[in-house]
Design a protein around this ligand. Structure first.
Ligand SMILES: Cc1cc2nc3c(=O)[nH]c(=O)nc-3n(C[C@H](O)[C@H](O)[C@H](O)COP(=O)(O)OP(=O)(O)OC[C@H]3O[C@@H](n4cnc5c(N)ncnc54)[C@H](O)[C@@H]3O)c2cc1C
Length: 495
């Protein structure tokens, strides 16, 4: 099997693909056996398959001590891109330009931003604006860089990955907010709103923030309570939002608001209102409107993910004109759907963010294992380290390949469930890979001064936002799989 894969890819890539595939067979087998217990299914055939001599031989050839050692050795000696993706010339060029920008401009500032809990500085935002980072999902006709006739998720992935490698919070995640808002506007905005807002968002002026989460409602978006009350010429907002990242610096906040008085409407009572405000630098702000409205914000201290600050927000009688209701009168009650359209891109983008963090951690671990000597030999000399590196690389390659594959699917109009699936898998993998990379670094990995400790704390947040992993698993992925299964049963005439 190794020989067959080697014919189309490098020997190392083939080994890494097999390593992940065979690990996946093992964990899927375990999961299915657990599920079967609940459903009273007979698992005899599955157990027999897993215990068969073919599967055991495959496991030994790929996951046995000697096999992993060899994969780790090849990895440690390789200078090739790990998880190679065949990209067009345009994407290759973007990748190398953004990797250079990340290394030259972002990386030198990333440590100070993290340790001193600073806001992303203008010296970093300026080149990102110049390179069009905020308009990646916005069609050219509205001032962005995406084609007018289709999505261009691959460009978004390439740029996000490159920037997240240098800093998740101070670079890669800057793209998430315009990604969500511009997709929501493209889905539901009026022609006037698209031509007014999209060119501005594309050039990063104003910067934007997304306010969905509330103190009592996070995963349960349909239950949001943040209230909008109709007044002459617009809406008055009252209530609290929380975890609104970049709310201080942003000039516009996408606020998901309950505009219907009838609470029984659930998700059909939500609308998106665009809150305009001045941009503030600090960790707290207060904005008073001339008509008496008030918006205040205070940053929540966090473990990591520092650079944009995530705010608790309080609104009192805050006026938003009718023109800022996404979709106008017809957009009232449609906010949940517009938000979900935005989140679809946001989830794939988050998988790409995870991929960037994983790449940074893996490369740091490989470098450290080559340099650090223990018991008179480099760490990379030991079978245990090589096995660890092999498994980390295999997981990274799987996440990376799947992220790009889902990007292609979305570009072709499909891939909605898959975007949630790869978000869940890549974010969980980033936690594990950064943990293993930190472990390889020993004590220095735990020091704040080493980038690896930042990768570790930053990776932890990925499974919480953009759809917490339990919510994605229960409400999005399993429901979609169930619907697919029902449809195919209907087609077969089994129902
Ligand atoms: C650093 C950071 C930045 C953020 N930025 C933003 C932002 O810019 N804008 C924004 O709107 N939000 C933002 N968020 C908020 C984030 O999206 C929410 O934290 C997330 O949606 C989860 O909501 P919650 O915290 O209220 O958790 P809850 O909804 O209270 O859930 C708690 C836990 O229970 C799990 N859970 C949920 N349902 C079930 C179930 N049925 N069975 C079992 N377990 C379940 C959840 O997955 C979670 O692990 C940010 C969060 C963080 C930490």
């Amino acid at each position: 099997m190794l020989a067959t894969l080697t014919a189309t890819s490098s020997a190392l890539e083939a080994r890494l693909a097999l390593t992940w595939a065979v690990e996946a067979i093992g964990s899927i087998g375990d999961r299915l056996q657990g599920i079967a217990l609940d459903l009273d299914f007979d698992v005899g055939a599955l157990t027999a398959l897993i215990a068969s001599s073919d599967v055991r031989e495959l496991r030994k050839c790929v996951l046995g001590g000697r096999a992993l050692d060899e994969t780790g050795r090849l990895l440690a000696e390789s200078h090739d891109e790990i998880g190679y993706i065949a990209l067009s010339d345009e994407l290759m060029m973007a990748q190398s330009e953004f990797r250079r920008l990340a290394a030259d401009v972002v990386a030198p500032q990333a440590l100070a931003i993290h340790r001193d809990d600073l806001l992303v500085p203008e010296e970093l935002l300026r080149p990102l604006r110049d390179m069009g980072v905020f308009g990646l999902s916005i069609p050219e006709q509205f001032g962005g860089s995406a084609p007018n006739d289709r999505d261009d998720n691959l460009m978004m992935i390439v740029v996000t990955e490159a920037l997240s490698e240098a800093s998740l919070a101070a670079a890669g995640s800057l793209i998430t907010r315009p990604e969500i808002l511009s997709r929501a506007l493209l889905t539901g905005g009026t022609a006037t709103q698209k031509s007014y807002w999209l060119p501005r968002i594309a050039c990063g002026d104003p910067l934007c923030a997304i306010a969905i989460t509330e103190p009592d409602f996070g995963s349960d978006v349909a239950g949001l309570q943040f209230k909008g009350t109709r007044t002459a010429g617009g809406w008055l907002l009252d209530g609290a939002k929380t975890w609104c990242t970049f709310a201080g610096k942003a000039g516009v906040i996408m606020a998901v608001t309950r505009t219907a008085a009838d609470r029984s409407l659930g998700h059909r009572g939500l609308s998106i209102l665009l809150v305009e405000k001045p941009s503030y630098e600090g960790q707290a702000f207060e904005y008073r409107q001339t008509g008496g409205g008030r918006l205040s914000g205070k940053a929540i201290p966090t473990l990591g993910y520092r650079g944009m600050h995530s705010f608790d927000l309080s609104f009192e009688n805050f006026f938003v004109p009718d023109a800022n209701v996404v979709g106008g009168e017809e957009g009232l009650g449609e906010g949940f759907y517009f938000t979900m359209a935005g989140m679809m891109g946001g989830r794939l983008q988050t998988a790409a963010r995870a991929s960037g963090v994983m790449r940074a951690a893996l490369l740091a671990a490989l470098r450290y294992a080559a340099d650090r000597r223990v018991f008179n030999a480099p760490l990379a000399h030991y079978a245990l380290t090589r096995a660890k590196l092999a498994r980390m690389a295999a997981r990274f390659v799987a996440c990376r390949q799947l992220t790009y594959a889902v990007g292609r699917l979305l570009d072709q109009g499909g891939g909605r469930m898959e975007a949630s699936l790869i978000k869940l898998f890549a974010c969980r993998s980033a936690e594990w890979i950064t943990r293993e990379a930190l472990q390889i670094h020993g004590g220095i990995g735990y020091a704040e001064e080493s980038p690896i400790s930042r990768y570790f704390v930053d990776a932890r947040v990925l499974s919480i936002f953009e759809g917490a992993e339990e919510t994605l698993a229960l409400k999005v992925i399993s429901r979609s799989l169930f619907e697919l299964a029902l449809k195919s049963a209907e087609r077969r005439g089994d129902l």
